[in-house]
Design a protein around this ligand. Structure first.
Ligand SMILES: [Mn+2]
Length: 431
């Protein structure tokens, strides 16, 4: 562990807002301040060199709302299609080298499907990412999975997640991230404490199956589909269960899984402080778990989360071991375009967070210079990082405009025609 806040501080530092604002990239360019511009570009490039965000395989398939779904001719119907689509997003952005897999949808035969996934990963140069068990879809899970009062159902759920750990091991992917829909809809219908015990027991057994280096990421959600109580409803419950499970267990923060107005970056700060921050499922929302495109509603929220991570890393002089993943469900935008938009937005917001002057901020916080501290944060957020990101892309041999490059590649037209024909053919056979 490196420098602490205290030994980074030097007394008597107070800067005016005007001085702080002179850090603005646009202004420094206008003033011909080449060194400031170079430093800003260097910060952004270093940040992007080390920033990756994992795409969800289900983001390329036809998914929808609980009221129905609007299908797209170009949506992937096979795992090969999902890998191929993900490879195009990565080729356009350079930010998405891994694909999260959902066992029930992508590996319906479990371990037997591993060779096919390995083959696809090689062919498309996209690595298998986090493995997502499914203990919420089968009819057996009507009253819960690991929290079900029926020991046979609990056993079935545990066995499934243990198999997912084996799949993850075989694919050399690191994280297994179960989400539990477990809960109840009416007061008095379930014993909440008994179910806590089932989760403690079940997760400990699951944890025991982890090999060295593997991680179990526990995701929480306050409500939906359960509307009275959810067994893992918030980050505190997730931390306690992860701690009870064992040292390779961490918490997964899905940005859509919070009550309105909850301070998510504070949760992130706590998880970092307690060394329990495992990963993110990024998405945006206006009301509940809306699964909208990252940064589409509140980009400042995502920036603030990235800032908490960056300042933690600066204080500890290390990089936090966090899996950045996308978990979105979009059925209106063109799916691949939405993923390119997501990856680019994530890069922009991460780059902005990299521009916060941590040394200056620490001093201002220590002196309770409220306006100046806040302006230090806001100043970074409002910088236009896009020219520097464009330059980074050029240096990486990536297209300078990822969306434009994708649109001119002809890929969308090709898959729309090929997959559309197959789908129409499929429907025709029922006629
Ligand atoms: Mn999620």
């Amino acid at each position: 562990m490196g420098a602490t806040i205290d030994n980074l501080l030097s007394p008597g530092l107070e800067r005016s807002c005007d001085e702080l604002n002179s850090n603005d990239l646009t202004e420094s360019v206008l003033n011909g301040d080449a060194s400031m511009q170079d430093k800003t570009v260097e910060l952004i490039w270093n940040a992007l060199d080390n920033f990756h965000i994992e795409l969800p395989s289900w983001g390329f398939a036809d998914t929808g709302t609980r009221f129905g779904k609007f299908t797209q001719a170009a949506a992937a119907t096979t795992l090969e299609g999902k890998f191929s689509d993900a490879a195009h997003v990565h080729a356009a952005t350079g930010a998405c080298p891994t694909l999260a897999l959902h066992v029930q949808w992508d590996l319906p035969n479990g371990l037997k499907d591993v060779p096919e996934v390995q083959d696809l990963a090689r062919r498309f140069a996209i690595r298998a990412g986090s493995i997502n068990p499914n203990v919420f879809q089968n009819q057996d899970y009507k009253y819960g999975s690991v929290g079900n009062p029926d020991p046979a159902i609990r056993r079935m759920a545990i066995r499934h997640i243990v198999e997912c750990i084996a799949i993850s091991g075989a694919l050399a992917s690191r994280d297994v991230s179960p989400w539990f829909a477990d809960g109840s809809n009416y007061p008095g219908t379930q014993n909440i404490r008994k179910r806590i015990g089932y989760f403690e027991e079940g997760l400990a057994e699951i944890h025991a199956a982890l090999k060295p280096g593997q991680r179990l990421l526990i995701e929480y959600k306050p409500f939906e589909p359960a509307f009275y109580h959810t067994d893992i409803a918030d980050w505190g419950m997730a931390v306690l269960l992860a701690k009870a499970a064992g040292p390779q267990s961490f918490v997964l923060v899905d940005t859509g899984h919070h009550y309105q107005s909850q301070n998510i970056e504070q949760i992130v700060a706590w998880l970092l402080h307690k060394n329990m921050m495992g990963g993110f499922h990024f998405n945006d929302r206006r009301y509940a778990d809306d699964d909208l495109t990252l940064g589409s509603i509140d980009p400042y929220q995502i920036f603030r989360i990235f800032h908490e991570i960056r300042i933690f890393e600066w204080e500890h002089q290390c990089s936090a071991d966090i899996a950045y993943m996308v978990d979105q469900s979009n059925n209106l935008k063109v799916k691949i375009e939405e993923m390119i938009q997501t990856a680019c937005t994530a890069q922009e917001l991460y780059a902005k967070a990299a521009l916060v002057n941590h040394e200056q901020l620490a001093k201002l916080q220590q002196h309770c210079s409220l306006v100046d501290a806040e302006e230090t944060l806001r100043g970074a957020f409002w910088q236009d990082v896009r020219p520097a990101i464009q330059a980074w892309r050029k240096r990486q041999g990536l297209p300078e405009d990822p969306m434009q490059a994708f649109r001119t590649s002809g890929y969308l037209e090709r898959i729309t025609s090929q997959r559309g024909k197959k789908k129409r053919g499929g429907l025709a056979s029922y006629a």
